[in-house]
Design a protein around this ligand. Structure first.
Ligand code: PEP
Length: 250
């Protein structure tokens, strides 16, 4: 089943008021490509202004706390993202799994909380270079997905999985299309095993140094339903050609 392509930008810890013109330009370009779903995941404090800048365009967060509310200094809840106007959130990005020691169980709890609050979720998985070189990447990543997969609220287009090999994030190194196909095929099987036919609607995104030059080949790769884009999502001049490439593969 061919799913609508989904291209999401991850601004990480980039973006202040003067960057809102990029949000506007990206939203305008996305509107011209209605066959592709496009979103920008911006810093939490920028969400409300981004939503006001581009009404109707999907703005997301980059993380949520698994609890509804409470004594969690500095954290942001799913309900707060919704209140700010967010439509989605990333959970389990490798930069958080690594720097914040997030376990699969914590990622699953975050995804369940976000879905329960009505946010769409991009759940990230991916192996280190060490794991890939040891030939353990497919087993590691499918186990990571199985352990992180929300058990509530799944099985719909509200959930997307982003396969992001850690060694390809922000490095300019891209996984080969053959490796992406192999991994996405294994992840698709994992979703079918866990969720049955309802898992068919869950989109599989690739992430890791996607740019305007390699996007077309990546979107043409079997089992690839879109991309999670970091550095190349910061400027409309880079991100819009990636959206266009996804539209070309619709
Ligand atoms: C990311 O941050 O999710 C990412 C894929 O980054 P980049 O595109 O810069 O490699």
């Amino acid at each position: 089943m061919a799913l609508r392509k989904f291209v999401a930008g991850n601004w990480k810890m980039h973006g202040v008021s003067s960057d809102l013109d990029q949000v506007r330009a990206i939203a305008d370009a996305a509107r011209a490509r209605p066959e592709v779903d496009v979103a920008l995941c911006v810093p939490a404090v920028l969400i409300e202004r981004a939503v006001r800048t581009a009404p109707g365009f999907a703005i997301g967060g980059q993380d949520v706390h698994p609890a509804d509310k409470g004594a969690h200094t500095g954290s942001v809840s799913a309900r707060m993202l919704v209140d700010a106007g967010a439509a989605l959130t990333i959970v389990g990005h490798s930069e958080r799994r690594d720097a914040h020691r997030e376990s699969n169980e914590a990622v699953r709890a975050k995804a369940e909380m976000a879905l329960g609050c009505g946010l769409d979720v991009i759940l990230c998985v991916g192996e280190s270079l060490e794991v890939r070189e040891a030939g353990r990447a497919p087993a590691f990543v499918t186990e990571q997905l199985a352990a992180s997969l929300p058990v509530t609220g799944t099985g719909s287009a509200a959930l997307a999985i982003a396969y992001e090999p850690i060694w390809a994030i922000g490095t300019g190194k891209v996984a080969s299309c053959d490796d992406i196909e192999d991994m996405h095929s294994a992840l698709r099987q994992c979703l079918a095993d866990r969720l049955g036919p309802t898992g068919d609607a869950v989109r599989l995104l690739y992430g890791g140094s996607v740019n305007p030059s390699n996007a077309g080949a990546i979107f043409a790769t079997p089992y690839v339903d879109g991309a999670l884009v970091g550095g190349a999502s910061l400027k409309a001049a880079d991100f819009v050609p990636i959206i266009d490439a996804a539209a070309g593969q619709g």
